[in-house]
Design a protein around this ligand. Structure first.
Ligand SMILES: O=P(O)(O)OC[C@H]1O[C@H](OP(=O)(O)OP(=O)(O)O)[C@H](O)[C@@H]1O
Ligand SMILES: NC(=O)CC[C@H](N)C(=O)O
Ligand SMILES: [Mg+2]
Length: 503
């Protein structure tokens, strides 16, 4: 789940894009990049690492111009090497750079056609590079020195026809302006902000509204599914619905875990959705376990806090912060490799013993995916002297891979896949485990103000809204992107580097 941002303004864009990327850092910790444009020249800095580590003063000074795009990456395709950090760039036509959040489900087929028929070169295994080349190929069709907003929308209409999956994109066309578009189901989020200055209007596109707020822009609206927007270099905004919306199904996992609570996605407040998740989870606990013996509710920081407060309040039980999180360690779920994730949970969270000693504790998390966090946390709670350790998840069991931009490619790595809730409880070591029901999660995320009737809830339901996910696709994905496969690839890469050095 990457974070993307684009700005067209009247003052230097570099610092603003940097600031927006730090606000979106929770969406990707692996790599960061910025590209800006000034007088027809492009400037780029991208590398593996957190935003604060990738950009030093000298890089910032070199990023000239009042228009630019930025990206923070959490890989879901290709590999995690710095060559796949974004934005990506192609010099023809016009010079286009692109930053992508999401995952194409037909990247392999597209790549083949791009090479064979569009005569394009692909330098990496990234699906985002594929998407950029499809756009570039379609945009080159008019064959004129400049293209209009209408030409850009025509090109994107064909991009929509060719590309499948989840995608929210910002792209910059040299000498033209900033483009943004969102997949036909609106799986991945994208919002527009505006700022009126004496010098004119400035625009910002971003993955989450929190970036718009923090940069002092005014939230204008979400980009609609299948819609494209174009902001020219003079700050004029054009938009067009490139494909009709048949089903608007935002990713429900944004509300469960990914997005910041202070963001509003598709007119649904993430914070309020999480509060309702807590309410409905508590209702269920009360319903199925009226004579519970829970002494205290303890959240697993950070994301579960909002729901946990509601559980405690509804059940009339004490709420206590029993785990202390090291604020300098990032989110573990989006770290690459199981070994690193396991090490990080332990070094990130520590217990305050007295909140556990002799008590029956109910630990709350927003979700259980691989079970990395829950299994270790339950051990910690026991070591701290808890008498009984119950566990509740504000989301239902994650049993199916995600193919739209969350790196859960292999069912075999999901602790609940093919297992009953009792079996999962046994595996993570809980005395009792309670999951949110899917119907309640859907209810928690719906809001009468928003028109959303359905969500992409594939990781819970196994229903894929794009309709192109077959068992053989999932098998291939597992084969290519399981932790084991990634480790094998890293090993091979290291071997190749060694061999090259030896030569
Ligand atoms: O079952 P798992 O595979 O461990 O995944 C689920 C856990 O990972 C996430 O936490 P993370 O530490 O990434 O971020 P947070 O601080 O926002 O909660 C999520 O909030 C759960 O705690
Ligand atoms: N998490 C994402 O949005 C990833 C974007 C893209 N698929 C990549 O791997 O770089
Ligand atoms: Mg967590």
């Amino acid at each position: 789940m990457c974070g993307i941002v684009g700005i067209v303004g009247h003052s230097p864009a570099n610092q603003q894009i940097y600031d927006a990327l730090t606000v979106l850092q929770h969406r990707g910790q692996d790599a960061a990049g910025i590209m800006t444009c000034h007088g027809g020249e492009l400037f780029m800095r991208k590398k593996n690492g957190l935003v604060r580590d990738v950009f030093q003063q000298r890089h910032m000074l070199a990023l000239k111009g009042t228009i630019g795009i930025g990206h923070v990456r959490y890989p879901t395709a290709g590999c995690d090497s710095s060559s796949e950090a974004q934005p990506f760039f192609v010099n023809s036509p016009y010079g286009i750079c692109l930053a992508h959040n999401g995952n194409l489900t037909n990247a392999a087929e597209l790549a083949e056609v791009l090479v064979r028929e569009d005569l394009r070169h692909l330098n990496t295994s990234s699906d985002s590079e594929v998407l950029l080349n499809v756009f570039a190929s379609e945009l080159s069709r008019p064959g004129t020195p400049r293209v209009s907003a209408a030409d850009i929308f025509t090109a994107l209409t064909t991009v929509y026809r060719r590309a499948r999956g989840g995608f929210a994109v910002v792209a910059m066309i040299v000498g033209h302006g900033l483009v943004g578009f969102r997949d036909p189901h609106g799986i991945r989020p994208l919002v527009i902000g505006r700022r009126e200055l004496a010098s004119g209007c400035e625009y910002m596109l971003a993955s989450e509204s929190v970036a718009i707020d923090q940069l002092g822009f005014t939230f204008l609206r979400d980009v609609a599914p299948g819609e494209a927007v174009f902001i020219d270099e003079h700050g004029r905004l054009y938009s067009q619905q490139c494909v009709p919306v048949s089903r608007h199904t935002p990713c429900i996992f944004e509300y469960v875990y990914f997005a910041r609570p202070d963001s509003i996605i598709d007119r649904i407040s993430v914070h309020k959705a999480r509060l309702r998740m807590g309410d409905l989870l508590a209702e269920k606990i009360h319903r199925i376990w009226p004579d519970h013996d829970i002494d205290v509710v303890i959240p697993i920081p950070d994301t579960s806090r909002t729901a946990a407060v509601q559980v405690a309040q509804y059940l009339g039980i004490k709420y206590r912060e029993g785990f202390v999180k090291n604020r300098y360690i990032g989110r573990t779920f989006i770290m690459p490799g199981q070994e690193l994730r396991e090490r990080s949970v332990r070094s990130k969270l520590n217990v305050i013993d007295l909140e556990f000693r002799g008590k029956n504790v109910l630990l709350i998390d927003d979700s259980i995916v691989r079970g990395t966090t829950s299994a270790q946390i339950i051990d910690l709670a026991r070591e701290a002297g808890a008498q009984r350790v119950y566990f509740a998840s504000a989301a239902p069991p994650v049993r199916y891979p995600n193919v739209y931009g969350i790196d859960m490619p292999a069912a075999a790595e999901l602790v609940a896949a093919g297992r009953t809730e009792e079996e999962v409880a046994g595996l993570i070591g809980a005395d009792r485990l309670i999951y949110q029901d899917l119907a309640d999660l859907l209810r928690a995320c719906q809001h009468h103000d928003a028109d959303i009737q359905e969500f992409d809830d594939s990781c819970f339901s196994g229903r894929y809204v794009t309709g192109d996910i077959t068992p053989s696709y999932l098998e291939r994905l597992q084969h290519q992107r399981s932790d084991q496969a990634k480790a094998r690839r890293r090993q091979m890469h290291r071997g190749m580097l060694k061999a090259i050095r030896a030569v």
